[in-house]
Design a protein around this ligand. Structure first.
Ligand code: NI
Length: 252
């Protein structure tokens, strides 16, 4: 299990980028009239302004599905956005190139079981047939082994925590995009519920969800949000991700 071998390099680069962004935000928030008297540095600091950038994570379950996932990856690449994908093991074999593309383009990858089954009340062998089998399929495709877990339906018990072997990632915003597949409603709900440190749950297997996700990115970008992977989000907030523990958000 090398999930805790955090991709230190990318997390560090993100932190550096955030430091630069936060410096820019702070500077742009300060305006001094040309004829203002000279002041000490302290007088220039606006204490009411939060200079820290707002971070949020987009996560997608139930893929990969070649048509919709590829369209989503194209849209995210155009926008320079990294997301996190919790994959169905049974769908990996036919989409190994798509999964490799996710990994290559800086997205984070997690396990969403092999057959999309609930993980509670399973014995160890059945649990492993869902989680370890998916982990092995992903390792075979990608050559590394540091995958997060999102249990279907968010259902957890003590056995799931004990056997996960990695952090368990839940969510703070769930627009239930599968229910009516109404992109406009999903956009409205997610943008209304978005907050700094949030984790958005969507599904990259519907064209309407792909359309909604890209519109959400554009709207939240304009509101000053920075999209990052789960690992980057928690690293930036200095919250350690631990195997067997569950996480709903990284609120400040
Ligand atoms: Ni699911």
């Amino acid at each position: 299990m090398k999930w805790d071998r955090a991709r230190a390099k990318s997390a560090l680069l993100l932190l550096l980028a955030l430091a630069v962004l936060s410096g820019l935000a702070w500077r742009s928030g300060v305006s001094v009239p040309a004829d203002a008297p000279l002041m000490g540095d302290e007088a220039l600091v606006d204490e009411t302004q939060d200079s820290r950038p707002k971070l949020i994570a987009l996560t997608f379950d139930d893929g990969p599905r070649r048509s919709t996932t590829t369209a989503l990856l194209d849209g995210l690449a155009e926008r320079g956005v990294h997301a996190t994908f919790f994959l169905i093991g049974a769908q990996v074999a036919d989409c190994r190139d798509v999964v490799r593309r996710m990994d290559r383009e800086g997205h984070q990858i997690g396990i969403h079981t092999f057959d999309h089954v609930r993980l509670t009340d399973l014995n160890r062998a059945d649990f492993d047939a869902q989680v370890e089998k998916t982990r092995a399929a992903l390792k075979s495709a990608l050559g590394h082994n540091d995958f997060l877990l999102r249990p279907p339906y968010g259902m957890l018990d003590e056995s799931v925590k004990a056997w996960a072997g990695c952090p368990i990632i839940l969510w703070s915003v769930d627009p239930e995009d599968w229910k009516d597949r109404d992109a406009g409603r999903v956009v409205d709900q997610v943008t209304a519920q978005a907050r700094d440190g949030g984790i958005i749950l969507m599904h990259d297997i519907f064209p309407e969800s792909v359309e909604a996700a890209l519109e959400i990115v554009d709207i939240l970008h304009a509101q000053g949000y920075y999209f990052c992977t789960i690992e980057e989000l928690f690293a930036a907030r200095q919250i350690p991700l631990e195997a067997g523990k569950s996480y709903w958000n990284a609120y400040p």
